[in-house]
Design a protein around this ligand. Structure first.
Ligand code: PLP
Length: 395
């Protein structure tokens, strides 16, 4: 491996931007104070968090910075939204014990929902279309007077499908339920405006948009009450106790500012590169297919099935060629289970095993796409020659 490595897994994580690192450094060194302290060092840390809160609020159009609660990442934001809302709703009205989500959510939503079932709530998991879209009429059919919360992700982390969040939120509200969206993949990669969408809660994560890992946020609409899930010293208006991750929060704030500033250029550049890649893959690699929606799709996402190969073998071979891609969610790969997202989209076992996610960034180039497609074509051909499906797909 002499050539430069190519990183095509921005949906899993991204490098921390230089400007972000520069803003973080003082809060790791000189300005190391605890924001709860009254003295100068504490006040400086508090001031930095306030600025970050403003910047994060700005990225998603929140009217007030106080509507942003910092968390340890997208996973905690999702847990807080789901468990905090369900707990509060049932404490006020025991009949409010129903939550609706979809089969294609990230585990950070699915697992807290399953935990709610263990705690006696009922949870409805909505199906999706073959493109990975939740049908508004399915939500209408599932919602009842006991529904406390509907949680549907903004953009899917595997196939990049963008959900009709505005319409789904309206349906939830018309039926007296609250609406949460996991916007971990969407915020910073497409316009996201909490007021325009009409959502009550929205989750974000820093490391998907060139911020540091281990920090995220939950937007909680002003006036909405939910229960905290972490109890202690009362930080973050008692919504998330624990000494704040000041350098991380500062970095996240800067990452949001950068992402907001470059958004139109990001969308234009990254989606053009993605379309170039898709066109080249489909025309140069036989028996390949694009998965997900052609139109309602996140700019960086391309998701394929290569019939007759195993996606994990593909990743390993590409890695040997210096190319980093993924079969889908980094977390589900570790669990070694077939993608629940593709299963819900009605894919066969063969379609699921042959799948590959490529997620781009502004750092990627056309030359990298050319090198990737040429490597992919070779690897797919080689794997097909070894596969039991050889006669069907090997050319
Ligand atoms: C849609 C979605 N939700 C939640 C998460 C979890 O975010 P974090 O890694 O910040 O915990 C991810 C991460 O991959 C994601 O893609």
């Amino acid at each position: 491996m002499t050539e430069q490595r190519i990183y095509l897994d921005s949906a899993a994580s991204t490098p921390v931007a230089d400007e972000v690192i520069q803003e973080m450094i003082p809060y790791l060194k000189q300005q190391f104070g605890n924001p709860s302290s009254i003295h100068y060092f504490g006040r400086e840390a508090t001031r930095a968090i306030q600025l970050a809160r403003k910047r994060v609020a700005g990225l998603v159009g929140a009217a007030k910075p106080q509507e942003i609660t910092f968390t340890s990442g997208g996973t905690e934001a999702d847990n807080l939204a789901i468990k905090g809302t369900a707990d509060y709703a049932r404490s006020k009205d025991p009949s409010k014990n129903h939550v609706i989500t979809s089969y294609i959510e990230h585990d950070a939503v699915l697992e807290p929902c399953r935990d709610l079932e263990r705690l006696g709530y009922s949870v409805t998991f909505l199906p999706v279309t073959q493109e990975g879209l939740v049908r508004p009429e399915d939500l209408k059919g599932a919602i009842t007077p006991s529904t406390a919360l509907v949680s549907i992700m903004h953009a899917n982390n595997e196939v990049g499908t963008i959900q009709p969040v505005k319409e789904l939120a309206r349906i939830a509200h018309d039926a007296g339920a609250l609406f949460h969206t996991d916007a971990v993949q969407a915020a910073g990669k497409m316009p996201v405006d909490v007021r325009d969408l009409g959502v009550d809660l929205l989750s974000m994560s820093s490391h998907k948009i060139n911020g540091p890992k281990g920090v995220g946020a939950l937007y909680i609409r002003d006036g909405l009450e939910i229960m905290p899930i972490i109890h202690g010293g009362g930080q973050e208006s008692a919504m998330r106790s624990g000494t704040e991750n000041v350098p991380g929060i500062v970095g996240f704030g800067k990452a949001c500012e950068l992402a907001g500033g470059r958004l139109p250029e990001y969308q234009r550049q990254v989606s053009a590169l993605r379309d170039y890649l898709i066109e080249k893959v489909l025309s140069e690699i036989p028996h390949s297919r694009l998965n997900g929606s052609k139109t309602n799709r996140l700019a960086p996402n391309a998701h394929f099935t290569f019939f007759g190969v195993n996606g994990e073998d593909l990743i390993i071979k590409l890695d040997e060629d210096g190319i980093a891609a993924s079969t889908g969610s980094a977390c589900s790969v570790k669990k070694q289970k077939p993608s629940h997202v593709l299963k819900a989209m009605g894919f066969s076992y063969e379609e699921i095993t042959g799948s590959l996610r490529i997620s781009l960034s502004m750092q990627n180039t056309k030359e990298e796409m050319d090198r990737t497609v040429s490597a992919l074509a070779g690897v797919v051909k080689e794997l097909r020659s070894l596969s039991p499906f050889k006669s069907k797909y090997y050319t």
